[in-house]
Design a protein around this ligand. Structure first.
Ligand code: ATP
Length: 701
């Protein structure tokens, strides 16, 4: 910032008024002109003044050296403009999410509940009361490999009973926050409207959903933890998944972003684990399992990114509190030694990225032979990122029990074709659940599309960024890592505190950027697709697609970082002719969620049919004849979808495109013409959507 662009401002005001002279036009967008439209004399660095700052006291210039350093030292180097923001939200000390996992044990006193012997945990080879991890828990001898448990918040499985840990105010605050904690997600005004979303469940003998947490006969400890988390009413996906768990069914579930899918897989698994107890001690490697350092988790959750993996682990900790189930997490980029020590302390429910898990398996530190529950979260993203070989290795080529001997759940907000191929191989007789049309956006998100040429993007962004962090957090998506760095620098040059996150940053930098964003110290985060999936950050009120993705599913996930848990949010996308490949799908999506479709967008869609890009059939699935004639014999609410597009359960409508490659491990599941007793039937045969483009996105994030 120089004072040279204030030729019409009295000298003593040069340091007091931002960029423009006091008469600066509010319409002015040209960052290099002064209020007279003339280029500033003796120009120093260019400075754009957003309208909301024009005529306001001038912030001190940013220290360039700080700008260069900030990616590794963001915690506190806030430029002056943003100190005022951060003062509105006190920056806390170290996040409670970063606190080390404590290793406490408890005596076998306290509340005890016997197994119900139903659902997933009730098979003939059901889990019994021995050990699941490195032999450290031996309930019959009353200790952990010789160590006597000494009281604390950890629970225990002893003599066939679940002994709950003691309550701790400190840990409850760490796990659940306080009710007025801004870092805690609060449900929004539209939470109850989730029940109005059309639900489809297809498969054999679909059980009815539960009605409420209280009436679901959940394990009392799980129910307590759910309430401590501030959940009073289950979301639709949770209502259904809990009932599927009870019925011991595999499932593939799609529900809109922010509608509680994490609980959707954690609740049924923990409900069964809490009642059934640990699995049989393995002796497969011929060693005494009590001396082995190998962990034998019972539940495995695979997820694509480190951040999402760590977030799922945080959620798991909340619901495992005081139980015998020790959650653990492993992901790449972090210190493997620390992760190894952590899993040695307990690893019943493991949350992992595929690459790091393979590494641990190769080091003989994790065995999958006790796995009873397998979850693939954001499975389509894992395939997109090229993880299929690792996933297939983990699921099919290591020691994990086959599909008949485990329960498998796949979750995502979008389900392209190749993921359903994986479902055929990994799931048995599964129920396909879709809450809202697969791949649709939540109506809680107001979506705006702005026509912006590439060269104008920065100016427009500066215009729409909020004045203060109290207006909520803003997540800005760009396509490339280089662009993420460049844009965060540009914002910094304009005295706007923005952190950046992408795949070239070290894990520590990524965590720091997220933490700084989450706490509001840097209320703007510039991100590549690495932050698009699953990340659940309270108070994100605005998502900006600075660069629109070329994949419409990616768009769905990105805008879904706002408008979560019934809260409302805004998503603004910059569109220009370079984005014509998604125009039709975008229009369909906007119409479906009752959003305004700008006229110019329709015109661009009509500009030459050659620009349709790859149509993934989004608008055409329903056209295959037959429509939605349904029989609904399960007695659940018959939400007949208003949308005219088909779901994507391949088993419906008799597709034969997918190879039936069950490798002898699956039950065969539902086949063409099978009795869809509880679900909808008679789908017209929707055309198979073409496979995703093979556009190696790895390098993007
Ligand atoms: N039953 C509930 N009551 C209140 N809040 C809930 C409930 N279920 C989930 N939430 C909250 O809603 C938010 C979104 O949940 P979650 O992250 O599981 O959504 P999701 O469907 O997995 O989203 P995405 O598709 O983006 O991954 C979280 O903050 C979670 O704590």
């Amino acid at each position: 910032m120089t004072s040279s662009n204030h030729s019409n401002v009295p000298g003593n005001l040069d340091q007091q008024f931002a960029g423009l002279g006091v008469n600066g036009s509010s319409n002015q967008r040209n960052p290099i002109s002064n209020s007279n439209g003339a280029k500033p004399a003796g120009s120093g660095p260019k400075r754009y003044i957003p309208p909301h700052l024009r005529g306001k006291p001038l912030a001190a210039p940013v220290d360039k050296s700080a700008a260069l350093e900030r990616t590794s030292s963001w915690s506190g180097n806030i430029p002056p403009r943003d100190r005022s923001r951060s003062s509105e939200r006190q920056a806390p000390g170290p996040s409670r999410r970063q606190q080390p996992f404590r290793d406490e044990r408890i005596d076998d006193t306290g509340d005890v509940r016997a197994s119900r012997g139903q659902g997933w945990g009730s098979r003939g080879d059901s889990m019994t009361r021995t050990t699941t991890w490195a032999g450290r828990r031996d309930d019959s001898s009353g200790g952990y490999g010789g160590r006597t448990p000494r009281g604390g918040t950890y629970g225990l499985w002893a003599n066939g009973k679940h002994v709950h840990g003691q309550r701790s105010q400190r840990i409850e605050t760490e796990l659940y926050g306080s009710p007025d904690d801004p870092e805690r997600m609060h449900t929004g005004i539209n939470f109850e409207k989730y029940d109005d979303i059309p639900v489809e469940a297809t498969g054999n003998d679909v059980p009815k959903p539960i009605i409420s947490f209280d009436e679901a006969d959940l394990e009392p400890l799980l129910l307590e933890n759910i309430k401590l988390s501030g959940y009073t009413v289950p979301t639709p996906v949770q209502k259904w998944s809990i009932s599927f768990g009870r019925a011991g069914r595999d499932m593939m579930a799609s529900a809109q972003t922010g509608s509680g899918k994490t609980g959707g897989f954690l609740f049924p698994i923990l409900d069964e684990l809490f009642s059934a107890g640990p699995a049989e001690a393995p002796a497969a490697d011929g060693r005494n399992p009590h001396r082995s350092r190998k962990a034998y988790p019972v539940a495995l959750i695979l997820s694509p990114t480190r951040e999402l993996t760590s977030q799922i682990f945080d959620e798991a900790r909340k619901f495992c509190y005081r139980s015998w189930v020790r959650p653990a997490v492993v992901y790449g980029g972090a210190d493997i030694g620390q992760q190894l020590r952590q899993i040695e302390r307990g690893c019943d429910l493991l949350v992992a990225t595929p690459g790091r898990l393979v590494d641990m398996i190769e080091r003989s530190r994790i065995s999958l032979q006790n796995i009873r529950y397998l979850v693939l979260d954001e499975a389509d993203r894992m395939l997109d990122m090229g993880f299929e070989p690792q996933i297939r290795r983990i699921v099919e080529q290591e020691d994990m029990p086959g599909t008949m001997d485990r329960h498998t759940l796949m979750f995502s907000a979008t389900f392209p074709r190749d993921i359903q191929m994986l479902a055929r191989d990994f799931l048995k007789d599964y129920i396909f659940l879709s809450v809202g049309r697969v791949g649709s956006t939540s109506k809680n998100i107001q979506q705006r599309i702005e026509y912006v040429e590439d060269e104008d993007k920065l100016s427009v962004l500066l215009d729409i960024l909020p004045v203060s962090g109290s207006e909520g957090l803003t997540l800005v998506f760009v396509e490339t890592k280089r662009m993420a760095d460049r844009l965060s620098n540009d914002l910094y040059e304009n005295n706007i505190a923005a952190a950046a996150i992408h795949g070239d940053r070290t894990q520590r930098e990524r965590e720091r950027a997220l933490e700084s964003f989450r706490t509001g110290r840097t209320p703007i985060l510039v991100a590549t697709a690495v932050a698009a999936r699953g990340l659940d950050i309270p108070n994100v009120s605005h998502v900006v697609n600075y660069d629109l993705p070329s994949d419409i599913d990616e768009y769905v996930h990105r805008v879904g970082r706002t408008g979560r848990a019934g809260n409302t949010g805004v998503a603004t996308s910059f569109f220009n002719r370079g984005n014509r490949n998604v125009v039709r799908e975008l229009i369909d999506l906007l119409k479906e969620s009752s959003q305004d479709v700008p006229e110019w967008l329709g015109s661009i869609a009509r500009e030459g049919s050659g620009f349709g890009g790859r149509s993934r059939g989004r608008g055409g699935y329903g056209g295959g004849g037959g429509g939605y004639g349904r029989s609904n014999t399960s007695g659940f609410r018959d939400h007949r979808p208003q949308f005219g597009r088909g779901d994507r359960d391949f088993r419906q409508g008799g597709h034969s495109a997918a190879p039936s490659n069950h490798g002898g491990r699956t039950s065969g599941g539902n086949t063409r013409g099978s009795n869809q007793g509880g679900g909808y039937t008679n789908y017209g045969p929707p055309p198979m959507p073409p496979a995703l483009e093979n556009d190696s996105k790895n390098s993007w994030f």
